[in-house]
Design a protein around this ligand. Structure first.
Ligand SMILES: Cc1ncc(COP(=O)(O)O)c(C=O)c1O
Length: 360
């Protein structure tokens, strides 16, 4: 699904130079490298502010807190995402409200408006641009406006694809992400200077000045090493990596001959293809076939979030039975798509797909 050794062979010299810079600087947490990386990230996102954090989960959680989410507040979100999306809500003592997805597994705007009419007290929205497929910008903006929502977008899988429609966008630099660190890291983007200042304070023990703690915060500071490696070695490669992902996705889509395996529909041009999801009712058989042919595979995600064992005893709400999300969970298989895949490897995946016999 990824090849970090090829990435290392390509980026090694730039990474080692970044490590040398940090070592020589004698400054390891929240320093010049973090400031430089935040500035570059904000520029490439078209946002005025970027604030580095220790993970994507923290980026979401701190952004929600900075946007005003308090214990007992309801937050509308999707049941089909990494568990971290929901965890961010729960850790704040807030209540996730799940509504159904569309057939691609992304939050469905009709379902979302219906949920918002059913629960008019909801003021917060945490949508996810899943698989690197951006949600419809116009509909997202309309929903925010119609229901006067405060919105934090989970852009962990959608760097360079989703813009900043809501009040803040959070992203993850977990190593497998399109822009992955050599460890855990994340960031929040916003165009609101006041919100950015609060997020900066919250990530650093709630400090407003040295040894002055204005509120209870987190230890979620970004390390200089991660920032230097991201800023000097990986961010400059991101546009090329994303182009390669788009080329592979186009090849998969152009060569797709199987009506019995669904692919994502109506995907906008600017998708960044963090994952390439396909859908079949015979998921176990397809997974086994691909694995026996030496093809890496993934499942994103095999269960809807409310069905996770950790949700037992947690206060949450589901709007309806979530039939689409449940179907996606049962049917989704992720094919390999990463920037260091060769054309031959892409063709091998297509050949393996072609040779699969759907069980009767
Ligand atoms: C959609 C989504 N949200 C949140 C996260 C959490 O990010 P992290 O693993 O950096 O905490 C991830 C990554 O795992 C993700 O894919």
């Amino acid at each position: 699904m990824n090849d970090f050794r090829r990435q290392w062979a390509d980026a090694r010299a730039d990474v080692l130079r970044a490590v040398e810079t940090v070592g020589a600087s004698g400054w390891f947490v929240l320093g010049q490298q973090v400031l430089d990386f935040e500035a570059k990230l904000a520029r490439c996102w078209g946002a005025t502010e970027a604030i580095g954090t220790a993970s994507g989960l923290d980026a979401i959680e701190i952004a929600l807190k900075a946007c005003g989410v308090e214990r007992g507040d309801r937050v509308l979100t999707t049941p089909m995402s990494a568990f971290a999306t929901t965890m961010a809500i729960i850790r704040l003592g807030a209540i996730p409200v799940f509504c159904d997805t569309d057939s691609n597994g992304l939050i469905d705007f009709h379902e979302a408006s219906d949920a918002l009419r059913t629960f008019p007290e909801i003021r917060y929205f945490l949508p996810v641009h899943l698989y690197g497929i951006p949600l419809d910008t116009r509909r997202l903006r309309e929903l925010i406006d119609e229901f006067a929502l405060t919105c934090v977008e989970d852009c962990s899988q959608s760097i360079l694809a989703a813009s900043l429609i809501g009040h803040a966008a959070a992203t993850s630099f977990y190593p497998t992400k399109n822009l992955g660190a050599m460890g855990d890291a994340g960031a929040t983007l916003t165009n609101d200077a006041e919100l950015a200042a609060r997020i900066r304070r919250l990530r650093d023990y709630g400090q407003s000045a040295k040894y002055v703690h204005a509120e209870i915060g987190w230890n979620s500071r970004l390390d200089e090493l991660h920032a230097a490696i991201l800023g000097a070695a990986f961010l400059p490669r991101l546009a090329g990596w994303t182009e390669r992902r788009r080329t592979i996705a186009s090849r998969y889509r152009a060569a797709w001959r199987r009506d019995d395996i669904g692919i994502a529909e109506a995907v906008p041009e600017n998708a960044c293809w963090h994952l390439f999801p396909v859908f079949t009712p015979h998921k176990a058989s397809l997974l086994a076939h691909l694995r026996s042919n030496g093809i890496g595979t993934g499942e994103h995600y095999p269960a809807v979030i409310p069905d996770q064992p950790a949700m037992q005893g947690v206060n949450y709400v589901t709007h309806g039975d979530l039939p689409n999300a449940r179907r996606v969970a049962k049917q989704e298989v992720s094919l390999p798509i990463h920037p260091y895949m060769t054309d031959d490897e892409v063709e091998r995946v297509l050949a393996a797909i072609k040779s699969w016999d759907q069980p009767l």
